[in-house]
Design a binder for this molecule. Sequence first.
Ligand SMILES: Nc1ncnc2c1ncn2[C@@H]1O[C@H](COP(=O)(O)OP(=O)(O)OP(=O)(O)O)[C@@H](O)[C@H]1O
Ligand SMILES: [Mg+2]
Length: 308
Amino acid sequence: MIQVQNVSKHYGDLVAVDNISFQLEKGDVLGFLGPNGAGKTTTMRIITGYMPPTNGNVYIADIDVFEDPQSAKSHIGYLPENPPLYEDMVVKDYLDFVADIKQVPVNTKKERIHYVMEKCGITDVGGRIIGHLSKGYRQRIGIAQALVNDPSVLVLDEPTNGLDPMQIIEIRDLIHGLSNDRTVILSTHILPEVTMICSKVIIINKGKVALEESLERLSKKADDTQSILLKTKHQGDDVKQKILFLSNVDDIGVGPFNELIVHPKKGADIREELSEMVLRNKWGLLEMRPVTHNLEEVFLRVISSEGN
Ligand SMILES: Nc1ncnc2c1ncn2[C@@H]1O[C@H](COP(=O)(O)OP(=O)(O)OP(=O)(O)O)[C@@H](O)[C@H]1O
Ligand SMILES: [Mg+2]
């Protein structure tokens, strides 16, 4: 559905996007992650045909975005980082105007606008002037305009940015519900959001793909090697020394409350021998539990290993 082939973007000497390639099918929801300035927005602008790349190609439904932008764009709903709204327009009229530009058939237009307004929680402000609305409401209108033509490809640049907690949940549900028969790319800095709604994640750093993985594989990988948080009454150096002596222990760190974080060797399960050791030495077991390698840890690891 989406093919990004060796895409690069140079701004003068700055390489904002550096030879990025990936491919998405119908039903994929891609979480596009990366630190500020990594190149997420630039890549999304290129995918949606709003900016040409310096090198590379993008195909949407097998259409070359730069050779035939008009037909490619008819498949795309795009929420830019700063939605370009006409501040003087009334919300309903604006959506009507966008629907016309996107050639929504006249016989379904009214119904469609009603549907997206309802879904995005803007029915109550339909008669108000956009410029008078709060930031969160403008974001909702930005999402509504992206959805109005019922596109098969959705590109959403930080869709939940600025929304209140209630609306964040609704928009996440909406994106999740849309994903069955569509392809979605969304960027976000809220990592749990990716775990909740995405099927795939790409982390970019300094314009390069630093990690591309399915969420399924990512969580499986995390389960393979599980670190253990251990808190004992006795906290001497000897505890650390003895644990380090276990053949399946790779390393020991210290948690925020002075508890030990025991890292096993790859694939090893150390729970049994660790608990036995604690009991044998009468260290006084207070707490012992697995620490999950969440996306946040993966993100920080990937970003820092790229030399940041
Ligand atoms: N029009 C432009 N002219 C020059 N440099 C630009 C332009 N747009 C973006 N850049 C640079 O390209 C790099 C990537 O920017 P981009 O906006 O794609 O990052 P991002 O990953 O979306 O960051 P954020 O998380 O802050 O939104 C940055 O170094 C940025 O300063
Ligand atoms: Mg951005």
